[in-house]
Design a protein around this ligand. Structure first.
Ligand SMILES: Cc1cc2nc3c(=O)[nH]c(=O)nc-3n(C[C@H](O)[C@H](O)[C@H](O)COP(=O)(O)OP(=O)(O)OC[C@H]3O[C@@H](n4cnc5c(N)ncnc54)[C@H](O)[C@@H]3O)c2cc1C
Length: 470
């Protein structure tokens, strides 16, 4: 039955409640707007439900499991360490539901009206929101589109119960004995690594000549060493050809070094990219400028070529990352409210939660040189830091890249324990226009991993205390 349809008028409509949409809705409401947010699935979007958060929960479970079995060097021998996979999944679910419940509470607390249903654009001021048995028209002054992205499906690997995407991998009922991952980007490598820590035998097939494109080779080498240590086989320049399902598993065929190889597994996880959700929401009639990849073109205020239509997150250019979506969300909400906010992507961090973690912000050395900078750089190893030693986490380094003439910090790369948290200081330093000297003269608590950044700055300046210079 379709319920009778008097349009509901709203000030600002937000479509999608991921880290883009819900943040935009809250900020717009804080600025005094009457906001309605439409979500067709679960509040929190990919990030909270089937992305960043559940994957990190699974990664943490893997770390606890591995640590419990490998504390010998510290004098701890666990007699029997067992994994209850369904309990691990329940832990993951509890983390997700705490956060999604929290976001729902925040939306309510900020008087944002939440509407469940699928939004379909009629024109640049109207959407229809449909559920299974109803449809309602909404008229809005401004809209922020934040519909996110979904896994790319390749024809030779159609998704099934055994041929899974990241959502499937985060919702398995059993621990795979053997898992093949097609695609060695950050999602495939993180999940492959987590399952290896939990006890699965993992093979990663990557088409390019290295995994984790976007991170420097000197960083990915260390992750590859870590993967090898946990028994993960990484096959690069491998072309995944197809998959056959057997009674209780799959046989994946790939080609590498001119040979065709067949590999049996319980599941094959396909993570070869994510396509923007811009193709099935009625945008055709709006006349928006789009890229060839289906991304919506926006200006520095996240405004499209149609002045009352804004777009943020995974559906616009740039890295598909939650913190980028939330950043754009604040800018778009403020722009709609008449503020002068604009995006500046100089210091977007990117993190990969592998073992050890990778993190980068700003420019790496090559990028800085390519942009015409005369650079100076400094690299300091975790192995020479007291805290890293006491954590038994000595793999990795911090590298800082500065402008030669004045030491202005241009970028930072970290591979090592807790790189994901350490990168924040360096992002802030770039944002604040700080120099290598500023970092080296900032008092860092001792003994902490943060000191490695200070020491890397000293190396770049040619005056390290805890390292001999030639
Ligand atoms: C396994 C995995 C791990 C990840 N890990 C990280 C990480 O560690 N760090 C990080 O920064 N990023 C990570 N990401 C990426 C991150 O999840 C995305 O970049 C982020 O969620 C994008 O936010 P968004 O708001 O643009 O879209 P989404 O989070 O995708 O939210 C979009 C929402 O819009 C809804 N929607 C779509 N169409 C409609 C419609 N027509 N009507 C109503 N609602 C609609 C969807 O249901 C969805 O809830 C990960 C992704 C995956 C898959």
């Amino acid at each position: 039955m379709v319920v009778g349809d008097f349009p509901i008028e709203v000030d600002t409509l937000v479509v999608g409640s991921g880290p883009g949409g819900y943040v935009a809705a809250i900020r717009a409401a804080q600025l005094g707007q009457k906001v309605t947010i439409v979500e067709k699935d679960t509040i929190g979007g990919v990030c909270l439900n089937v992305g960043c958060i559940p994957s990190k929960a699974m990664i943490s479970v893997g770390h606890r499991f591995v640590d419990a079995q490998n504390a010998d060097a510290m004098g701890i021998t666990a007699k029997s360490v067992e994994l209850d996979f369904s309990k691990a999944m329940k832990f993951k679910e509890s983390v997700v539901s705490k956060l999604t419940g929290g976001v729902s509470g925040l939306l309510k607390g900020n008087k944002v009206e939440t509407v469940a249903g699928e939004a379909y654009f009629v024109d640049a001021n109207t959407v229809r929101v449909m559920t299974e048995d109803s449809a309602q028209t909404y008229k809005f002054n401004n809209v922020i589109i934040a519909t996110g992205a979904r896994p790319v499906e390749i024809p030779s690997f159609k998704f099934t119960d055994r041929v899974i995407n990241s959502t499937g991998a985060l919702n398995l009922k059993e621990l795979p004995k053997k898992l093949v991952v097609v695609g060695g980007g950050y999602i495939g490598t993180e999940l492959g690594s987590a399952y290896a820590n939990l006890g699965s035998e993992v093979t990663i097939l990557e088409g390019a000549d290295d995994i984790l494109a976007g991170f420097e080779k000197q960083m990915t080498q260390i992750v590859k060493k870590g993967l090898k240590k946990k028994g993960v086989e990484v096959v690069v320049k491998a072309s995944a050809k197809g998959v056959e399902e057997t009674k209780d598993g799959v046989v994946v065929t790939y080609e590498a070094k001119g040979e065709e190889v067949k590999i049996e597994a319980d599941y094959v996880l396909v993570t070869v990219g994510r396509r923007p959700n811009t193709d099935e929401i009625g945008l055709e009639g709006l006349g928006l400028n789009m890229t060839d990849r289906g991304l919506i073109e926006v200006d520095k205020q996240c405004r499209t070529n149609v002045p009352n239509v804004y777009a943020i997150g995974d559906i616009v250019e740039g890295p598909q990352l939650a913190h980028k979506a939330s950043y754009e969300a604040k800018v778009a909400a403020e722009a709609i409210s008449g503020e002068k906010s604009e995006v500046d992507y100089m210091a977007i961090p990117a993190v990969c939660f592998t073992d050890p973690e990778l993190a980068t912000v700003g420019l790496n050395e090559k990028q800085a040189k390519d942009e015409g900078y005369d650079v100076v750089s400094g690299k300091f190893p975790f192995a020479a830091n007291g805290r890293a030693l006491s954590l038994d986490a000595t793999e990795g380094f911090v590298k800082l890249v500065g402008r030669k003439e004045d030491g202005l910090l241009l970028g930072a790369q970290i591979v090592g324990e807790n790189a994901s948290d350490m990168i924040a200081e360096l992002g802030l330093a770039i944002e604040a226009g700080m120099t290598l000297e500023d970092i080296s003269m900032t008092i860092h608590a001792h003994p902490t991993l943060g000191e490695i950044s200070m020491e890397a700055a000293e190396v770049a300046l040619g005056k390290p205390i805890h390292m001999m210079t030639k």
